[in-house]
Design a protein around this ligand. Structure first.
Ligand code: GLN
Length: 186
């Protein structure tokens, strides 16, 4: 049996990724200690509160562990997870892991009350995808090494480089598993 996909479970919206992965026939493991990464084939950094998750990453000794895991395993960042994957963040309270060369801007898509959904059309699907944005971050200063996989109102909302992908919206809140599947097959 293949090794599970790890989901960082320090804070935030990690649980629904378990369902998305199981609909794809994949097992997952909630990660609360760096050593647990050793069993995993890939890692999801879920949505939540990036300032809190960043503090917990430092406190639990995940900073170097995730960076070295990412050298040879795929990482997917969702919303706050995207903020953590960035090289730079517009908020000093977040120490980003710098896994992808772009700058994340927090809460550009409004406050919690302004959450919304929108149809996007990722480059790798024939059909559209209903994306849920919850106080979503923007993606700026995108290096030329990055592929833009989807846009919303002419702004990048989903990007990839190498094995890694990051998105402003929450794919685990959709009925579709297309994005998890694309990432794992990448
Ligand atoms: N607004 C949150 C942050 O900046 C991210 C929200 C989310 O992950 N849905 O950390």
């Amino acid at each position: 049996m293949s090794r599970p996909v790890g989901i960082l479970a320090l804070q935030g919206a990690y649980q629904k990724h378990v369902d998305s992965l199981s609909r794809l026939g994949m097992t997952s493991q909630l990660i609360r200690k760096p050593i647990e990464l050793d069993d995993c084939s890939a890692l999801i950094l879920p949505g939540g509160e990036s300032t809190t998750i960043s503090l917990l990453i430092q406190e639990y000794g995940f900073y170097d562990a995730i960076r070295s895991f990412s050298a040879d395993h795929p990482v997917m960042g969702v919303c706050a997870g995207l903020i953590l994957m960035a090289e730079k963040v517009d908020d000093d309270r977040v120490t980003p892991l710098a896994l992808m060369p772009f700058k994340a801007t927090r809460n550009v898509y409004g406050r919690q009350v302004h959450s919304f959904s929108a149809d996007i059309k990722p480059a790798f699907t024939e059909t559209g995808f209903r994306a849920q944005f919850i106080r979503a971050p923007g993606i700026e200063n995108i290096s030329e090494n990055i592929e833009i996989l989807a846009t919303h109102e002419d702004k990048a909302v989903m990007v990839a480089s190498g094995k890694h992908i990051a998105m402003s919206f929450h794919p685990e809140l959709s009925d579709s598993t297309a994005i998890h599947e694309y990432w794992l097959n990448r």
